[in-house]
Design a protein around this ligand. Structure first.
Ligand SMILES: [Zn+2]
Length: 422
C-alpha cells in the first residue's frame, strides 16, 4: 500500500503546512524544533478498512500507509515487527493479574524492538539519499542500525561504550566497519555523534530528532491493537531509557484514535532502573528532567542519564494516567527467570523489569490495584543480549558422572512421583 504521508510539522508550524523530506538535520527548518510525521487521515479513513489490511508483507511494512517511505522499492527490511503478543496466563496467575500480556520483541531480526526504528530510518535514508548514518548506543540500537545499513549498502558509524556487552559489540561489528568505542556514557557519545554528523553531513539517528525511529516503533501500537481485536489495553508498561518507545506508542494510539479504529489511549507506564531513573524522578517531583549523572545499573539498555525526550514522556504519562515504576538490577534479573519458568520466553533483564515491578508489589496488592486490567508489558529484547549477570544469578547446574547412581544422588528416588503421574 502507498504511504499517505503529508509531510512533517513541529509544534510551532502553521496547521495545514508541512515540511518536506530531510537529508541530514531532521529538525523543523523554520523553527528548529522536533518534528512529527503527518498523514492524510481523512483519506485513509475513506480508503482503508482496518479489518482488511493485507497480511503481506509479514512485517511492520504492512502498515506502510502510516509510514513515511513513499516508494516501496526503498524499503529496507529484514522482516521486523509482527511479533507475537502472548497472554501470560501462568505468570499472570502467579502475580494476581489474569489479563497480563507480553509483547515479545525478541523475535525481531537482531533481537530487539530497535529493529523497527532502524528499518524505517534506513529505508527513508535510502529514499532521500543520505551520505551515511551515525548513532551512539548502549548496544541493541547499534546492532540494529549496523545490520540494516549493511542491507541497504549505506555507511554506518556506530559509537559503543566500554560497558557494551560482548554480544552487542559482536552483533554491531560483524556487519559494520566503522564502529568505535567512545569513552564516557550515552550523553557524551550522543554529543560526539551530533558533532560528527554536522561536520560530515551524516544523518544522526538519535532521539528525539530522528522522527523516523518514532514512526517505526509506533507500529507496536498498531500490532497490539489488531492482536487484541481492536480492544485497547488499560495499561502498557514500557522499559525506558531514552524513552522514544513511549512517545512512539502514544503517537500510534493517537493516529488510531484519529482514524476511529480504537476509542481510547492506554495508560502509558514507564519502568526505569533504581540506579538511573531521570524520567520517573521528574514524574514524581513535578520538576523538569535533569541529568542523572553516572548511572548505577548493570542492566543493559537502562543507562541513559539525560534523555532528551524525557519531559515529553512525563507529559504523556500524566495525560494518560500512566505510572512511573522502578526496578532494581536484582529484581529485573530475577524477573527474566520468572518469565522464562512460567511462560518459556527468554527476555533480557530490562525487558523483565515490568514483571519485576509487579512481583515487587505483591500478589494481593497487584490483584487489588490492577487485577481487572488488561496489561501489556513490552518485552523489548532477547535474553541473549545480556548474559553475564543472568548467568551468574542462575549458577551452574550440577555436574554428574554418566551413571544412574550419580543422577539418583542428585534427584533422589523419583519413582513415587512417576506413579503419581501415571
Ligand atoms: Zn516548525
Amino acid at each position: 500500500m502507498r504511504s499517505y504521508l503529508l509531510g512533517y510539522q513541529c509544534a510551532d508550524c502553521e496547521p495545514g503546512t508541512f515540511n518536506t523530506d530531510m537529508t541530514k538535520d531532521p529538525v523543523c527548518p523554520l523553527h528548529g524544533r522536533v518534528q512529527e510525521a503527518r498523514y492524510d487521515i481523512a483519506a485513509i479513513k475513506r480508503e482503508i478498512d482496518r479489518d482488511r489490511i493485507p497480511a503481506e508483507p509479514q512485517s511492520l511494512w504492512r502498515w506502510s500507509f502510516l509510514l513515511p517511505v513513499r516508494e516501496p522499492g526503498n524499503i529496507v527490511s529484514l522482516q521486523e515487527g509482527e511479533t507475537p503478543l502472548f497472554h501470560a496466563t501462568r505468570l499472570g496467575d502467579r502475580l494476581g493479574l489474569p489479563r497480563l500480556y507480553i509483547k515479545d520483541e525478541s523475535r525481531n531480526p537482531t533481537g530487539s524492538f530497535k529493529d523497527r526504528g532502524a528499518s524505517v530510518t534506513v529505508s527513508k535514508s535510502k529514499e532521500v539519499g543520505v551520505a551515511g548514518l551515525i548513532l551512539a548506543s548502549s548496544g541493541n540500537a547499534a546492532a540494529a542500525f549496523s545490520a540494516y545499513s549493511a542491507r541497504a549498502g549505506l555507511a554506518f558509524f556506530g559509537f559503543l561504550r566500554d560497558d557494551t556487552t560482548d554480544i552487542n559489540r559482536l552483533h554491531t561489528q560483524v556487519p559494520g566497519t566503522r564502529i568505535h568505542i567512545v569513552e564516557g556514557g550515552m550523553v557524551e557519545g550522543a554529543a560526539l555523534a551530533g558533532e560528527v554528523a554536522r561536520k560530515y553531513g551524516l544523518f544522526h539517528c538519535a532521539q528525539p530528532y530522528n522522527l523516523y525511529r518514532i514512526e517505526g516503533k509506533k507500529t507496536l501500537a498498531f500490532e497490539i491493537s489488531r492482536q487484541l481485536g481492536w480492544r485497547v489495553p488499560d495499561r502498557i508498561m514500557i522499559p525506558t531509557s531514552g524513552g522514544t518507545n513511549a512517545v512512539a506508542i502514544y503517537k500510534g494510539y493517537r493516529e488510531l484514535n484519529a482514524l476511529g479504529w480504537v476509542k481510547r489511549i492506554p495508560a502509558i507506564d514507564i519502568v526505569q532502573a533504581t540506579g538511573c531513573h531521570p524520567i520517573v524522578k521528574a514524574w514524581r517531583t513535578g520538576r523538569a528532567v535533569e541529568n542523572w549523572g553516572p548511572p548505577a545499573t548493570k542492566v543493559m539498555g537502562f543507562g541513559h542519564a539525560f534523555p532528551k525526550a524525557g519531559d515529553a514522556i512525563v507529559r504523556i504519562m500524566k495525560e494518560t494516567g500512566g505510572v512511573g515504576w522502578l526496578a532494581s538490577d536484582d529484581e529485573s534479573i530475577a524477573g527474566t527467570r520468572m518469565i522464562a519458568e512460567t511462560e518459556g520466553l527468554f527476555l533480557q533483564p530490562s525487558s523483565a523489569s515490568p514483571v519485576a515491578c509487579l512481583q515487587a508489589l505483591g500478589r494481593e496488592k497487584a490483584k487489588n490495584l490492577y487485577g481487572d486490567q488488561l496489561i501489556v508489558a513490552i518485552g523489548t529484547g532477547s535474553g541473549k543480549n545480556q548474559v553475564v549477570e543472568p548467568l551468574a544469578a542462575v549458577g551452574r547446574p550440577p555436574r554428574i558422572a554418566a551413571t544412574l547412581a550419580a543422577f539418583d544422588a542428585v534427584n533422589g528416588d523419583l519413582r513415587p512421583a512417576a506413579r503419581r503421574i501415571a
